[in-house]
Design a protein. Structure first.
Ligand code: TTP
Ligand code: MG
Length: 386
């Protein structure tokens, strides 16, 4: 009986996507940017303006700037906006913000899957008791917490699976919340153009248009055989299923691979004179490791030079650690070696410094617990099978 209930209970997935992520991170550390067009760029280095736009804030987007366009084009679009700000990407900083946000999202439920730097799914079926109203409240609280803790807005979709949750998150941006219980899925999907379906790119959309498929509704009613003929025997039926809002892909937690913290130094340095500024990073990392019941096999330092070049050094340990003292001691040695190794001290003058721990392993205590868990599961399976 209870097995039956568990089988039929409603799955509820939350999809979180941070708004204009890189550009919003820039606004957080420089609030004066908020009322200006902000364009974050990947400079290729050939000329001052060669490269592409990584992302832009909504003010710049409103004027026509989009991810992927050449920086030159963005400059032309914003030529009448001398207040517009163009900044280079700062991956280390976005990584550390992302990691803190993901920590908040993961706090909702351990059934958490991070899919990109600014996007994650959480399966909240169990903690919401499969109730969409409760799941909506969980989503609202999550938005509030991310805003309070990190001053960032995000858009959230709540749906019966990952596909619908993700489409809900994309539906209203920025700062959106779209709740799609199963009874609302069909009316939500039907009038949207097929190009809005996750997994249908511009090329496929064009091909579908040629077949007379304009909306998701058209696709959901299209003959599976004809779709298979045009898109292949796997993809054709897959497109039809997603147009019907069907997606059985579970939220699959992935192990955390690394944690890092980085700061901008009070002043550029060419020796390890900033240990006081590094200590809080080590405290933070050591606490995070302990909270996650993980230990690091590799301790590394990140040094970003005055010319914004990122340099990394790392040491692999004999046995993994989560200890503040050990992480600090190794970081200290790595920084000393880093500064002493430069032929010319000028090239090792750094503006930003960070610590990264990787090669993360579960603590023995966690392994033991997992062992017990899987034994219990085994017992349950045997019992049900008997
Ligand atoms: P997205 O979530 O796709 O975009 P976004 O967060 O900037 O904007 P939105 O409000 O629509 O969610 O991507 C996350 C980050 O990934 C983005 O801030 C910058 C980076 N990115 C690129 O560098 N190049 C790209 O073409 C895209 C799409 C994203
Ligand atoms: Mg985003």
């Amino acid at each position: 009986m209870s097995l039956n209930n568990a089988t039929v209970s409603q799955r509820i997935v939350i999809a979180v996507d941070l708004d204009y992520f890189f550009a919003q991170c820039e606004e957080v550390r420089r609030p004066e940017l908020k009322d200006k067009p902000v364009v974050v760029c990947v400079y290729s280095g050939r000329t001052d303006t060669s490269g592409a736009v990584s992302t832009a804030n909504y003010m710049a987007r409103g004027l026509g700037v989009k991810s992927g366009i050449p920086i030159m084009t963005a400059k032309k679009i914003l030529v009448k906006h001398p207040e517009a700000i163009f900044l280079p990407v700062d991956h280390e900083y976005y990584d550390s913000v992302s990691e803190r946000v993901m920590q908040i999202v993961r706090g909702t439920s351990p059934l958490f899957e991070q899919v990109s730097i600014d996007e994650a799914f959480v399966d909240v079926s169990s903690i919401s008791h499969s109730d969409f109203d409760l799941a909506g409240n969980i989503a609202k609280n999550l938005k509030k917490e991310i805003l309070t803790e990190e001053k960032l807005t995000c858009s959230i979709g709540v749906g019966p699976n990952k596909l619908i949750a993700k489409m809900g998150a994309d539906y209203k941006k920025p700062d959106g919340l779209t709740i799609l219980p199963p009874e609302k899925v069909n009316s939500f999907l039907k009038d949207l153009p097929v190009g809005k379906l996750i997994g249908i790119g511009a090329k496929t959309e064009k091909k579908m248009e040629a077949l007379g498929i304009g909306t998701i509704y058209d696709l959901s009613n299209f003959g599976a055989n004809v779709l298979a003929e045009h898109f292949g025997k796997n993809l054709g039926p897959h497109f039809k299923r997603i147009a019907q809002g069907i997606d059985n892909d579970p939220v699959s937690p992935r192990p955390i691979e690394q944690l890092s913290r980085i700061i901008t130094l009070k002043q550029d340095a060419n020796s390890f004179s900033f240990e006081d500024q590094i200590r809080p990073l080590v405290t933070d990392l050591s606490k995070r490791l302990q909270a996650l019941k993980l230990k690091a096999k590799v301790i590394g330092i990140i040094a970003i030079t005055s010319e914004l070049k990122t340099k990394n050094r790392a040491k692999t340990l004999e046995s993994s650690t989560d200890s503040y003292d050990e992480i600090l001691m190794i970081s200290r040695t790595l920084f000393h070696d880093f500064f002493n190794s430069g032929q010319d001290h000028e090239t090792n003058r750094i503006r930003r410094a960070g610590i990264r721990v990787s090669g993360l392993e579960k603590t023995t205590e966690e392994f033991r617990k997992e062992g017990v868990k899987s034994e219990q599961q085994g017992t349950l399976t045997n019992f049900l099978g008997a």
